[in-house]
Design a protein around this ligand. Sequence first.
Ligand code: CP
Length: 307
Amino acid sequence: MMQSLSTRHLLGIKDLTESDIQLILATAKEFKDVINRPIKKVPSLRDITIANVFFENSTRTRLSFELAEKRLSADVVNFSASGSSVKKGETLLDTVNNILAMKVDMIVMRHSSPGAPHYLAKHIPANVVNAGDGTHEHPTQALLDSFSIQQKLGDVAGKRVAIIGDITHSRVALSNIFCLQKQGAEVMVCGPATLIPKHISALGVRVSHDVREALNWCDVANVLRIQLERQQIKYFPSLREYSLYYGISKQMLDELDRSIVLMHPGPINRGVELTSDAADSHHSIILDQVENGVAVRMAVLYLLAQL
Ligand code: CP
């Protein structure tokens, strides 16, 4: 296995090699041991300053990056577009160049525009980590999802993963498709036809519009939220109807012939894509995903800082 990444930015899973993914997951395993020790900190990034630049809301990703950075002993600054001079008309590049002028080494950015981190990476000298760019990619989510599958089932290769929900508006779906396929997993996407891109089978995924078929087929169900904030038109009659046809309950999971693993990147809309009893059941590894996110982000930051 190669010992350094093939890229100095993490912009998307599309750009990673299988070796990059394996290196990140193996490094995350070591960091998971670290954060489960009484002293959760290592000095690996002691002289590095990282800015978390968030132009979109976040709970998990933002806190997870901040904790990962602190566990690695980096100095951390946090920027939110709300309350900043972006509101006075400052451009993305001016904003980031001003942050870099304060001797910041690495930028972690969430932005609503697909491609924003790619644009940044072309114009600034610092490493850039994509923490979610619009409907495009969310690479660290896909990596922590794969790490969680690995931790639960031993391996990602050969597993069948159904991604169920709003595929059209989901950056988690695209990053997961790339990440899982690069590791030799089979992927199915499932949802109403209006929430699945027309030509998605060109990516080599199966397509189903029947949630029970997807659950019967898979080893892992990764369930996504309906992204109402990204929908300009109505894609289905009502949330109640969506829940009736695509919502997953504990009873549906209990009635399957074999046990499957239930995942969700969060935030969950309880009562829409998952009932509370499903989300909180023994099938679910949703909070394990959150725990694993810190170790995976430590691995990404540590490996990028070596380049
Ligand atoms: N999974 C995820 O990206 O959650 P946040 O939007 O809360 O960061």
